[in-house]
Ligand binder design. Sequence first.
Ligand code: ATP
Length: 587
Amino acid sequence: MTAGRALLPTATGAQAWTAVRRLLRPRWRSAALAVATLAAGTAIGLVTVRLLGHIVDLVAAGRPAGAITAPVAALVLIAAGQTLAAGWGLTMVARLGEGMLAELREQFMDRVLALPQDRIEQAGTGDLTSRVTNDVTAIADAVRTALPELVRSVLAIALTALGLAVLDWRFLAAALLAVPIQAWTVRWYAGRALPIYAAQRVSVGALQHQLQETVAGADTVRALRLQDRHRELVRGRSRDSVDATMRGVRVLTRFYARLNLAEFVGLGAILVTGFLSVRAGTATIGTATAAALYFHSLFVPINTALGLVDDAQAAAASLVRLVGVTTLPARPEPAGRASTAATVTVETVDHAYRPDRPVLCQVSLEVAAAERVALVGSSGAGKTTLAGLIAGVRRPTAGVVRLGGVDVADLDPAEVRRSVVIVTQEVHVFAGPLADDLRLARPAATDDDLRAALLRVGARDWLDALPDGLATVVGEGGHRLTVTQAQQLALARLVLADPPIAVLDEATAEAGSAGARLLEEAVARALDGRTGIVVAHRLTQAATADRIVLLDSGRVLETGTHTELSKRPDGHYAALWRAWSDHRAED
Ligand SMILES: Nc1ncnc2c1ncn2[C@@H]1O[C@H](COP(=O)(O)OP(=O)(O)OP(=O)(O)O)[C@@H](O)[C@H]1O
């Protein structure tokens, strides 16, 4: 569902052209060289036709067989030259396209990574994912196959027309009779094909959906004796899909039939012109043959270029979606103010993901440097949201979050990253050597630094057991880390990044009780000397904090030390603690 979503922007045609020109500018030399090489290949190829015409003239004049040895040898050389030039040219165009696509993709990812999380959520991650996958693939396909073919075809058409004109302008004029029919055919096709293809995709989608539903619900269908009804539904959808496909095939057949008509008209006109010119003695049979061959050699490039119209349209639609994201500002305007102090201030903050559903209301909180605050509360109370606001991952709907006394909104994003690091519930282990994964936090760290960070968070046992130590490949396709180990990895990254403030919303709950105890110790060591805001999923973690903040339905209900809060008669925290202690006693 995209209705009501603020989708990421789509560029206008003009913006897309500007982007393409900007990408092309530093590469204009290679672009010119690629086009020149392809043009040279095509031009050499055109000589073939002149030579064939020459051979026809030699044969018509009754010259001895030895006279055609030289033109035939030239034909072989030309074929070799043409193949080489086409190969180089196509490789250069593909390399150029790949380079431009890579740069566009980098710009795209740069902007995406700078987007605030709320903006991505507003658009829906599906929008972003489809741009990164489908749109990039559509452009990459076009760059790899359609673009080189298109450049070659356009060059072949232009140079062949030039060849015809040089041969004899009357033949060019005759060939041009085909152009109005071709232009009309393209207009006719473009108007009909798009809606037919769209309907075809819809009917294929509907058929797939029906098949899936029937297969997935087969037991229910059988139980309710709905087989006949479902058979009829599948048959109906299948018929629609066949009809739509056949409409597409018919339109395509007529498209090519009309192009054939254009070819027939052009070739007919050339043959009549040739016949009349040869009879009047103003052209040789060889020239007329060459003209007919020239025209014939236009069929393939013209059909290729017209056939690529679809691909070009799909690539253009994808291009405006990629360029649209790159038109977003690179990053919010930094005020360039530095904050190294480790205090956190939350001032009357409200937050809502949807306007009608407030998640945090008037939350205020002061955290002193090196203090450890535990956020507790039932599921959905707003703990993760508050943690995200403090870490600068999202912006409050109202109110201010200050780090070291400076509004997060005024801080340079790089400064925010230096001041505060968040460890979230889902730790992503990047595929690759463990050392690379750790160095994401501090690229200049030595192996000793990495080892020290892992030891500090209690990872000695599994580090020693890894087959290649720090060089062990972890993540997707490599050595699988357990939930606890992945959390320790995240904590080791925190130690390496060494920010003055740390926000932890980690998954001790998922780690099992032994893992959770291990992680609690790891957290305590990783937070040593830092200001820590910890979303405490286990109350034992809250009990050891300097202060506890209990959230309930987005409001701060209680705040104090464990000793104070647990003794409060009728206190919420006291009730939670009693329930937690009883539960543990039962275990
Ligand atoms: N990205 C989001 N978009 C929309 N609503 C959200 C989003 N994240 C959280 N919410 C909603 O905001 C409310 C508070 O969620 P939050 O995750 O902050 O609570 P929590 O106290 O951390 O809960 P838990 O302990 O289950 O993680 C919930 O009602 C939740 O459904």
